[in-house]
Each structure stands twice: as structure tokens, then as C-alpha cells.
Write a protein that binds this ligand. Structure first.
Ligand code: 5GP
Ligand code: MN
Ligand code: MN
Length: 390
């Protein structure tokens, strides 16, 4: 059988195709992939991206196509989480300007668990069309959440591109709005499966097509996807304003903004299916995407090759090699900070607690890129200059 995957694991149900060597895959993630392959409504095969690691119920960096059911947790709790990138017209930026810009960004973009003190202009919010019970219930609160970064893994980074330009990259999702929608429908799905005597493995509760919630979840999820796009767009506006305030003649071009946690109806292998990407980027032929590395390594702007075997997907990053708590225990603070300093990066590691986001807690991005040369073509390499972490 032809496949572009690095390895194929045959199971009693569907095959699992890996874009990494089997030995590179965590046992826990493999177990979760087997659970996906066993879902009666899973389609064709499970595709595992090279950045994969264990998640809740489903590995991060996995693609699940289904027919006749949707799995809220195969999108994840941060619905629409994703990346946006913007090219500036600058070819250089000096350290003082960079610091000044980051200071302004910190004043205009709330980070961590904080929200805005004031509701933001409703013009930023996607329009509610039709019946969206949870979104409607959360809407007023979401006005304080749009344009905020969120915690931990989310970031705002200034980078130097191999194309000669300075780039801005933002990673964030749908904040508390998406979290509330995700949990609501995951709970509903659990209850529904239990009532029908069809309990799914932990974290893989599903909504069958016959349920009224099947379409309702999709509508609410799609709103959250749009909200996440808007959230990143508004933050990017604030970063642009900071650039404009500090550097007199700067222009902006080439904006890319897309999710890596979502489900969408797509055509694959001649059939219409629901593709769930949990920590995976869509990579149709010629489609732009972003594959971040870490605050201390390169990130990549790529174009998809439309590989059918991966359901036209690629990785969404480097992926973790250790859990947050392991990183705080195992990594050496001085070593991590020195490596960032040597590169002259205005980094975001202040103390041991921040080690969970240190470059050492992520896989080797070059190896990850090597494992997906059949999925994407690199367009621009981006070297970090300064980063704000959630
Ligand atoms: P997520 O949290 O969405 O699963 O991870 C996205 C990816 O972003 C991670 O796998 C990692 O490779 C990358 N990443 C995490 N922190 C940073 C950062 O500060 N800067 C850059 N450029 N990439 C990061
Ligand atoms: Mn997220
Ligand atoms: Mn994310």
C-alpha cells in the first residue's frame, strides 16, 4: 500500500499512520491513537503528526476523520486555538525599540488569566446567526475577553524572517468562551453516550448525527473559531499600534490567521467527512500555515502540499517532549536562560515555574520538519527576537 507516512500501525480496527518513527511516539499517545482507531464512526485511518504527544483523551497533533458523529474533545477545550503571522516592512529593529514595543504591548494586551477592564467594541465580535445558546449566554463576558492572550503556551513573538523582514506571530485561542462551549458539549455527549449504553473511552464522548446537539455543537464551535480569529486579529492590531508608536514609518502586509484546534466538513478520498484537527494545521496544496518551534528556536511559515494521507494536514508546532511539571523539575534554569541569552532573545523565563515553556521542554523542531517534508514546503524561517508569554 502506498503511503507517505513514516510508519503504519495495523490495529484490529483502522490503521494508524505516523509522521514520526514509532519509537518516537509516547506510549500514552499511542494508546490514545488506538482508542481513536477503534471508534466505530472513525473514517479510513488515524493520522498522527510529527509533533504529537499525549493529550486528554486524544493525542495533541492528531487528525481524526469521522462519518456520522462529532467528538467535541477531538477539537479540544481551546476551540479555534491557532496562530497568526504578519509581515512588517521593517528589515531591522534595534533592541531599544523592541523593548519599547513590548512594553506597550504588555499595557494593551492582557496576558494570563486577566481580561480587559472594559468591554471591547462589539465590532470585533463575530455576528451571532441563528440559535447559539451557550455563546449567547457568554456573549457579554466575551466582550472582555476578545483581544486577550491567555496563559502558558500562548505567546506574542517578534521574529526576523529569512526573507529579510521583521515578522509578528501570535498564538492564542477562544479564551473562556470556547472553554465553556467545549465543556458544555463534552458533558452532553458523555451523558448521551451513557444513556444509550455506548460509553466511549475517556475523553472521546461523541454526538451522533441523529442528536439535536450534533448541529448545535458545530454552530457554536464555528462561532468560537471566528471568535478566536477575531481575538488574534485584535491583538495584532494592538501590536501594530505599538510598532507604529515606536517606529515612525512601518507598514504591514501578508496576514495569515488560522486555527489548529477545529473540526470541519471536508472531502477526502471521495467522501464528505468531518475532519477533527487537535493540534494540527490544515495544509491543502498551496495553503499557507505556521509551524512554531519555541521561544528559543526557529519557527516556520509553510505552504501545504495537499497530501491526501494526512487528510491535508501538518504539525502545529514542535510539540512537547515532557509535561509541564517534568520540565520544571528536570530542566536547568541557568542552562535554558543562557541559551536564550546567547542568541540575544528577549525571552520570557523569569524563574523555575517558567521552565514549562522553555525551549528544552519542546521537541527538536528541525527533526519535526524533517518528518513532514511530504506535507509542507518551507517558505520563510523565523528567528525569535522577543517574546511575551501568557
Ligand atoms: P499548543 O500549545 O497549541 O499545543 O502548541 C503550539 C506549539 O507552539 C508548541 O508545540 C510549540 O512548538 C510552539 N511554541 C510554544 N511556545 C512558543 C514560543 O514562545 N514561541 C514560538 N515561536 N513557538 C512556541
Ligand atoms: Mn490554546
Ligand atoms: Mn494552540
Amino acid at each position: 500500500m502506498h503511503t507517505s507516512a513514516k510508519a503504519v500501525i495495523e490495529t484490529e480496527a483502522l490503521p494508524i499512520k505516523l509522521w514520526l518513527a514509532e519509537e518516537q511516539m509516547e506510549a500514552g499517545a499511542l494508546e490514545q491513537a488506538r482508542n481513536l482507531a477503534n471508534l466505530p464512526f472513525a473514517f479510513r485511518h488515524i493520522a498522527i503528526m510529527p509533533d504529537t504527544h499525549q493529550g486528554y483523551g486524544m493525542p495533541i497533533g492528531a487528525v481524526l476523520a469521522t462519518k456520522g458523529a462529532i467528538v467535541p474533545n477531538a477539537v479540544g477545550v481551546d476551540i479555534g486555538c491557532g496562530m497568526c503571522s504578519l509581515r512588517t516592512t521593517l528589515e531591522e529593529i534595534d533592541a531599544d525599540d523592541l523593548k519599547a514595543i513590548m512594553k506597550i504591548v504588555r499595557e494593551t494586551v492582557p496576558v494570563g488569566f486577566s481580561h480587559h477592564d472594559e468591554p471591547q467594541d462589539e465590532a470585533w465580535m463575530p455576528r451571532i446567526k441563528g440559535e447559539l445558546p451557550i455563546v449567547s449566554q457568554e456573549y457579554e463576558r466575551a466582550l472582555y475577553q476578545v483581544g486577550t492572550l491567555g496563559s502558558g503556551n500562548h505567546f506574542i513573538e517578534i521574529q526576523k524572517g529569512s526573507d529579510g523582514y521583521i515578522w509578528i506571530m501570535i498564538h492564542s485561542g477562544s479564551r473562556n468562551l470556547g472553554f465553556t462551549v467545549a465543556n458544555h458539549y463534552d458533558d452532553l455527549a458523555k451523558q448521551l453516550n451513557k444513556d444509550a449504553g455506548n460509553e466511549a473511552p475517556e475523553g472521546l464522548a461523541y454526538l451522533p448525527e441523529s442528536s439535536e446537539y450534533f448541529k448545535l455543537y458545530q454552530d457554536e464551535m464555528n462561532y468560537c473559531l471566528e471568535f478566536a480569529l477575531a481575538n488574534r486579529t485584535l491583538m495584532m492590531e494592538r501590536v501594530k499600534a505599538a510598532f507604529t508608536e515606536v517606529v515612525s514609518d512601518v507598514g504591514f502586509a501578508d496576514f495569515i490567521n488560522k486555527p489548529h484546534n477545529f473540526a470541519a466538513e471536508e472531502k477526502h478520498f471521495g467522501e464528505t467527512v468531518i475532519v477533527h484537527r487537535k493540534g494540527a494545521t490544515r495544509a491543502r496544496s498551496g495553503e499557507w500555515g505556521m509551524i512554531p518551534g519555541s521561544q528559543g528556536t526557529r519557527s516556520f511559515l509553510v505552504k501545504g502540499k495537499g497530501e491526501a494521507q494526512s487528510f491535508e494536514s501538518c504539525s502545529h508546532g514542535a510539540g512537547r517532549i515532557m509535561s509541564r511539571s517534568q520540565a520544571r523539575k528536570r530542566l536547568d534554569l541557568k542552562e535554558e536562560v543562557d541559551a536564550l541569552k546567547r542568541q540575544g532573545i528577549l525571552h520570557a523565563i523569569r524563574n523555575r515555574r517558567d521552565l514549562d515553556e522553555a525551549p528544552g521542554s519542546y521537541k527538536d523542531i528541525d527533526e519535526v520538519m524533517q518528518n513532514q517534508t511530504d506535507l509542507v514546503e518551507v517558505q520563510v524561517e523565523l528567528q525569535p527576537l522577543a517574546v511575551i508569554k501568557g
